[in-house]
Write a protein that binds this ligand. Sequence first.
Ligand code: SF4
Ligand code: SF4
Length: 501
Amino acid sequence: MGVEFIYPEFEVVRNTDRCIACRVCERQCANEVHSYSEERGVMVSDETKCVDCQRCVSLCPTHALKIVKSDCSFRENANWQNDTIKEIYKQANSGGVLLSSMGNPKPLPVYWDKILINASQVTNPPIDPLREPMETQVFLGKKPSRIERSENGKIKCELPPQIALSLPVMFSAMSYGSISYNAHASLARAATELGILYNTGEGGLHEDFYKYGKNTVVQVASGRFGVHEDYLNAGAAIEIKMGQGAKPGIGGHLPGAKIVGDVSRTRMIPEGSDAISPAPHHDIYSIEDLRQLVFSLKEATRYQKPVIVKVAAVHNIAAIASGIARSGADVIAIDGFRGGTGAAPTRIRDNVGIPVELALAAVDKRLRDEGIRGNVSLVVGGSIRSAADVIKAVALGADACYIATAALLALGCHLCRTCQSGKCNWGIATQRPDLVKRLNPDIGSARLVNLMTAWRHEIMEIMGGMGINSIEALRGNRLMLRGVGLNEKELEILGISHAGE
Ligand code: SF4
Ligand code: SF4
């Protein structure tokens, strides 16, 4: 309604000396920014539609294009910043909730960057990972709190079902529907090759991907889309999604326009109907209710599958985790406030939840204090960006990390944060067949395998530098961490000393 008083956010800069009017940019841009003017005999641009996904820039054969952030700004005002003013205009125009995707882009503290890792010097020699054994394998699941013996004195070795990972990383939940078939195929194949797991998210499991079941976490979310006995039994583990870091406290909404063909069949809902996941699970209002669902899922899978309970990092996360650890769950996944999403209300994404670093430290401490740390493994996600973040998370108490945004970047995502439009030019967050085919699963899975192989080398190098030769010996080893520029309270919650101490 009315006029949008907004100058385009990005400007298309076309070097006319280099442009050969091949129209590649026109074909590559799903947002229809570029077109050829017959009248003028040149390429022209409608910059109002550009989301800075960089697809045209990457594929222009003569490097004639540049997308730059517009420097057209409102009059300087430290209180009313440009983005705030634009959002007011947008809402005044639409009357709607602002939607965004991917993670919180606000300049809030990233605690990983304020934590530094130790290295061995003189008295405890470092280990050379190229010449000496180094163990990156981890097992997730319930561990016995003490050694138990059978009647004839033999040690009982049987453990509840465990998830074996070749390195402490898994691909986090991204549903078929929010991401494309080829993105799922890339994740499933890479997880299989790497000996780790990927996660269906809440959209069910496409029939083509049952063969990757041993490397799949099948998710059960509040909408229960695509959940049936075969689905539960197909995966290596089952995840109950109670919350998500990008949008704690609210459900999900995949518009009917995206519920087409296979997506509708996999989710078991009619084509064109909106896929709405309620904010709560309507059968869970207490830890006792959660326990019922945990054991229903175990019952349905003959107690062969570990159950993960995923929650968003929120204010009282330690108490929540303590309850979950007593619910019969095998793994708790904590998703921090910088976690990605295919679509979330902007205000919620940017203002709700807490950093996963603080949540993890608080949960690990609470479970140890209560003597129930062995009841569950801890997996953390929400902007794990590198091998160093993984090392820091493990030293703070995590058994493994979930990554999603980093995996999408490996597939070609340029973080334009407009996944909710369904027009992802990189073939990732879209169901449009012409766009989906831009992502080749052979190349996608190879790039994911490369990324994880690189991280594994780095993890081994950093551990070697610390004189530590296994993830198990690093887990919860907070002596290996020091804070920089953190206040007393932050250091206390993280359970680490300041650098120099
Ligand atoms: S939306 Fe992407 S492909 Fe289209 S003009 Fe902008 S940067 Fe280029
Ligand atoms: S997945 Fe696609 S739409 Fe989403 S941020 Fe990445 S490039 Fe943009």
